[in-house]
Design a protein around this ligand. Structure first.
Ligand SMILES: [Ca+2]
Ligand SMILES: [Ca+2]
Length: 359
């Protein structure tokens, strides 16, 4: 398909790219802190993100009933995650012998351009379920081709199409089995000049093998949900073998009522797997500028603005806070979504939303 999708994922991952550059410049075991190569005191499975926060590096993956224990940096059994022989489906741990998937992955290649896996067909088409009914997908992540001719198989990604008739709030969970750290990327299937060409949402997890989060699709259209290993999505590394499977559940959610805010007072909170919606009330007839700042480098915030249920604009954090500017036509009913592109921080990622209006 088009190469725009491939390029834009790399752009969304500026956080990881920056860490890689730092560690390369300073050599193994050290990290660039304010221009000085400093011993990296983050243990196995984590690395210094350049601001003295330890973030997972993908070297330790905890699967099938275990989770990374940050204090000891080992995998420990966690009763809160699905144990070996079961998978997370529709919010519960189900014996894998008793799971009925709505669709099975179609033949490879099926990446539709995501992560460089080009194909004519998707892995399948998702039928958006009624609220309260999960749609379940089963497939395998098994590297199978060497498109870049480096002598190693490329990362496998499986792209599923979903079409929605308006802004839609989904919950997506992806559970990996037998060593797969399942994750996903959601992209709009649009041309390079479309406002949503660079819109991305990633569900990733370095601490366990299951990723889940809400995803707010900003407007009517067709989107791709690409399933892959977290290490492929964030580090571009191939992962998996002939036994690494995933179960994905997609739920449609009711859009919650936005919380009333006074824009001039700002809003603070923490990024969670849930999108936050705010209604600032009438903003006059001039222009409004919003900033969203999420200081932790391992989390990348994103602002989405609606007028009622109509998508207006979005902006992601880069080196600077996410910034959007829009006009306020008379009668507009502005709704602000505090969302995130990706969050793999080990601690809560705090955010600050501020805004100014001009007459
Ligand atoms: Ca596959
Ligand atoms: Ca694939």
């Amino acid at each position: 398909m088009n190469t725009t999708l491939v390029i834009a994922i790399a752009i969304a991952l500026r956080v990881i790219a920056a860490c890689g550059d730092n560690s390369k410049a300073c050599g193994p075991g050290t990290v660039d802190i304010d221009g000085t190569c400093t011993p990296d005191e983050c243990g196995p499975g984590t690395k210094n993100d350049g601001t003295n926060q330890c973030v997972p590096d993908g070297a330790v993956i905890c699967t099938d009933g275990t989770k990374l224990d940050v204090a000891t940096q080992t995998c420990k059994i966690d009763p809160a995650v699905c144990q070996d022989g079961t998978a997370l489906v529709n919010g519960a741990c189900i014996d894998t012998g008793h799971i009925h998937a709505d669709i099975e992955e179609g033949p490879e290649p099926n990446g539709l351009g995501l992560l460089g896996e080009t194909s004519a067909s998707p892995a399948g088409t998702i039928v958006l379920p009624p609220v309260g009914t999960g749609f379940v997908i089963h497939g395998l992540i098994t590297p199978f081709e060497d498109n870049d001719n480096d002598g190693q198989d490329d990362a496998d990604v499986d792209a599923y199409r979903i079409t929605v008739s308006g802004p839609s709030l989904l919950h997506i969970s992806a559970d990996g089995l037998h060593g797969l750290a399942a994750g996903f990327v959601v992209a709009a299937e649009v041309g390079a000049t479309d406002p949503l060409a660079r819109w991305r949402r990633l569900g990733v997890n370095f601490e366990g093998d299951t990723s889940q989060r809400q995803v707010l699709l900003p407007r009517a259209g067709t989107y791709l949900i690409g399933i892959a290993d977290t290490r492929s999505l964030l580090l571009r590394a191939a992962a998996g073998n002939t036994t690494t499977e995933y179960y994905v559940t997609i739920d449609a959610l009711e859009m919650p009522a936005p919380a009333a805010i006074v824009l001039g007072q700002g809003v603070v909170g923490s990024i969670t797997e849930n999108v936050r919606l705010y209604a600032p009330g009438p903003l006059g007839t001039g222009t409004t500028t919003l900033h969203l700042d999420v200081p932790l480098p391992a989390a990348q915030g994103s602002l989405v603005v609606f007028d009622g249920t109509t998508f207006v604009t979005f902006g992601d954090e880069g080196a600077q806070p996410a910034t959007v500017t829009f006009t306020d036509p008379p009668g507009s009913q502005t709704m602000i979504a505090v969302d995130f592109v990706v969050d793999y921080a080990l601690e809560p990622a705090d955010f600050t939303l501020t805004g100014t209006t001009t007459p």
